[in-house]
Each structure stands twice: as C-alpha cells, then as structure tokens.
Design a protein around this ligand. Structure first.
Ligand SMILES: NC(=O)c1ccc[n+]([C@@H]2O[C@H](COP(=O)([O-])OP(=O)(O)OC[C@H]3O[C@@H](n4cnc5c(N)ncnc54)[C@H](O)[C@@H]3O)[C@@H](O)[C@H]2O)c1
Ligand SMILES: [Zn+2]
Length: 339
C-alpha cells in the first residue's frame, strides 16, 4: 500500500484522484493509500461507501459522479478502486463513464478481486432485475495487489477466493492444480506471502492469457465460468448471501466435474481429485437441502442460457476444458440429486 503513490507516478498518472472504498477496507487501508498518493504529489480525495453487494448499484454510480465533480476531477484525473470486487466493479464503471472515461487504478484487497475481478477489464453494476446487467469493458492503468491486506480479510471470504484459484488449475493448468493439492496447509496461511505471490501471480497470468484471446467474451473467455453455471443457480435458489460466491463455485464445480465424467471423458479419478481439493480447502462440495425443480428453474434464467438450456464448461482432463456444452435434462437431475 505504501508504494501506491510511486507506482501511480511510474505509469504516468498525474494530478487529482478520488479513492473509492468501502467502510471495512477504508478503515484499514484508506489512510495509508491516501498518504502514499499525497507523498507522491497527487491530490487525493476519499469516498467511503457501505460494504456489500447492494452498494454496486446505479444510485451509487450517480452519487459518485457528483463526488467526482465536487473533487474537481477532470479528464486527466483518475479513480482508485480500493477494496474487493464490489469496489472494483463500481469504481471501474464510474471511471469508464465519468467524462466518457478517465483513467483508473485497481487496488484489490480480497483474494477474489486479486485473482479475478481486477484482471480482465469488466466493470459494472447490478440492476434490481439482476446482477451485472449494466457495465463496460474498461482496462485499468495499474493493478496493485498488496498481499498483506489478505491478513484482515475474513476467513470465509479468503476460502471462497481459493475456489476461483482452483478453477484456474482445472481450466488451464494441470501442474498448477497439482501444486495446490500439495500445499493445502500452506495455502490456509495468509502470511505465507511467498506462496501467495506465486499463486496469485499464476492466476492473473492465466486470466490475462484467456482474456487477451477473447476480450469481449465471444468464445474462449467463457471457460472462466467453469463451475459457475450450477454455482450461480445455487446462489440464487439459496437466496443471495446464504452462500458466498466461491462456495457456490465449489459446489458448481463438482457438478460440472461429474457431468464431465459422463460426457467429455474426464477420468473418475480426476473428478475425485477436484472434489477432494475443494473439500481440503474447507469449501462445501455438497448441497443437499435444495430441490431439483427450484435449481432447474434458476438454471433457465442464467444470463448465459440459450433457449432454456443452460451451457456448461466441461473438462476432458484437469487443465483442459470445452465451453458451450449442454448436459441432458435427466443427467443434470441425476447429478444434482446425488450431490
Ligand atoms: N469484473 C469481473 O471480472 C468480476 C469477476 C468476478 C467477480 N466480480 C464481482 O466481484 C464482486 C465480489 O467481490 P468480493 O468477493 O471481493 O466481494 P466484496 O468486494 O464485497 O468483498 C467481500 C467482503 O470483504 C471485505 N474486504 C475486502 N477486502 C478486505 C480486507 N483486505 N480486509 C478486510 N475486509 C475486506 C469487504 O468489505 C466485503 O465485506 C461481485 O460483485 C462480483 O460480481 C467481478
Ligand atoms: Zn466467480
């Protein structure tokens, strides 16, 4: 966090900025971030918003536009998103649209934000009708992930972030998956900065490689949704907030792995390894309490559903996946009921 100011100078940013954060993260890191920016010659204003997904909405966007005017931000000024994915998506969207776009910097402080939402250029907010329905593709000038901030992240949020980490192994990198399997206990230790740097770095590389090949989600980028089809449906059926996102992804990944055994030749032993790794990392891999009819209905309204048939990312081996796959009705139901 101390290096934020100098890093912003290095990438050519100048003048005024507005730091946008939430009250959890702001209380811990905003002072240091602001001080670092001011010491490097920037004039930094600060806006602290309530924490949580509800803050990622249109109302906050318009309040923030006014805040930008009040802070005197012009086209050359920039916005700093300090926090988890909620702050990154919201502040990024404000940066993408205020004065038709001003530079912005991501300072992700949750594991999910470090390995996922701060990379790839998607910004946006929710509508009452659904999540992430408004947004823009907009790349930050700089992403600065300070691994030490993970020490204050709630355990449950940290573990949920690990679900996305495992996802990268499944979709892209079998040796990385094996590295995770061999480091269960070290991964639980947020002070193991050396391992975390390697792990977070590799996830960002994978996401960047995938996104570079398909920035606007015409095809390949869809592989990043492994485990997310059933995961999102479960989050919805359970009621948002019951499961944190990564927990839904863990269960959804087991669903996808089992479908992969039946349809795309994933070896049963590899399916078992996937399930075991999530479980060893303290993530849920079972969801018995919700009925199939509700889950099926939620699957039909997924953003990526075409003609009522949900599309899945399936694996043929750990490290190799295909997207846009359909799973026959009966098979979906059987897998869910056994989960
Ligand atoms: N843009 C993308 O490509 C992309 C990808 C994945 C997810 N997302 C979005 O990201 C959001 C989820 O992100 P998230 O899981 O980071 O949620 P979040 O931003 O709500 O953070 C989770 C919680 O942890 C707290 N927190 C964050 N960092 C902390 C720290 N270092 N110390 C103490 N508390 C800390 C936050 O205040 C919050 O209460 C969702 O809105 C999702 O849609 C976007
Ligand atoms: Zn996700």
């Amino acid at each position: 966090m101390d290096t934020l100011g100098p890093r912003c100078s290095e990438v050519g940013l100048k003048g005024k900025c507005l730091i946008i954060t939430d009250e959890n993260v702001g209380g811990l890191y905003a002072k240091t971030a602001k001080r670092s920016l001011e010491a490097a010659g920037f004039s930094a204003a600060l806006e602290t918003l309530p924490a949580g997904e509800q803050t990622k909405c249109g109302e906050q966007v318009f309040k923030l536009y006014s805040r930008c005017v009040e802070a005197g931000l012009d086209r050359k000024s920039f916005i700093v998103a300090l926090g988890g994915g909620v702050m990154g998506d919201l502040a990024g969207y404000v940066a993408a649209t205020y004065l038709r776009g001003i530079p912005f910097v991501q300072v992700p402080t949750s594991l999910l934000a470090m390995v996922d939402s701060s990379v790839g250029g998607k910004t946006g907010v929710n509508l009452p009708e659904g999540k992430n329905l408004v947004g823009a593709f907009y790349q930050p000038e700089l992403v600065l992930a300070d691994l030490e901030t993970l020490r204050t992240l709630p355990q449950r949020e940290y573990r949920a972030g690990l679900a996305e980490v495992v996802k990268y192994g499944i979709i892209y990198d079998a040796p990385f998956f094996a590295l995770l399997e061999e480091n269960i206990a070290p991964l639980a230790d947020v002070e193991n900065t050396e391992l975390l740097a390697k792990v977070v770095g590799r996830c960002c590389e994978i996401k960047a490689e995938v996104v570079a090949q398909d920035e606007r989600e015409g095809g390949l980028r869809a592989i990043l949704n492994f485990g997310h089809t059933a995961g999102h449906a479960l989050e919805k059926v359970a009621g948002y907030g019951e499961y944190v996102h990564g927990e839904g992804v863990a269960i959804g990944s087991v669903f996808a792995a089992r479908a992969s055994v039946a349809l795309t030749g994933l070896a049963q032993a590899e399916c078992d390894r996937i399930e075991q790794l999530f479980a060893n990392l303290g993530l849920p891999v079972r969801a018995p309490e919700y009925g199939w009819a509700d889950l099926r209905a939620a699957l039909s309204v997924d953003k990526k559903t075409v003609g009522g048939m949900p599309k899945f990312v399936l694996a043929s081996a750990i490290g190799t996946v295909s997207f846009g796959e359909e799973v026959p009705e009966e098979l979906m139901e059987t897998i869910w009921k056994k989960l």
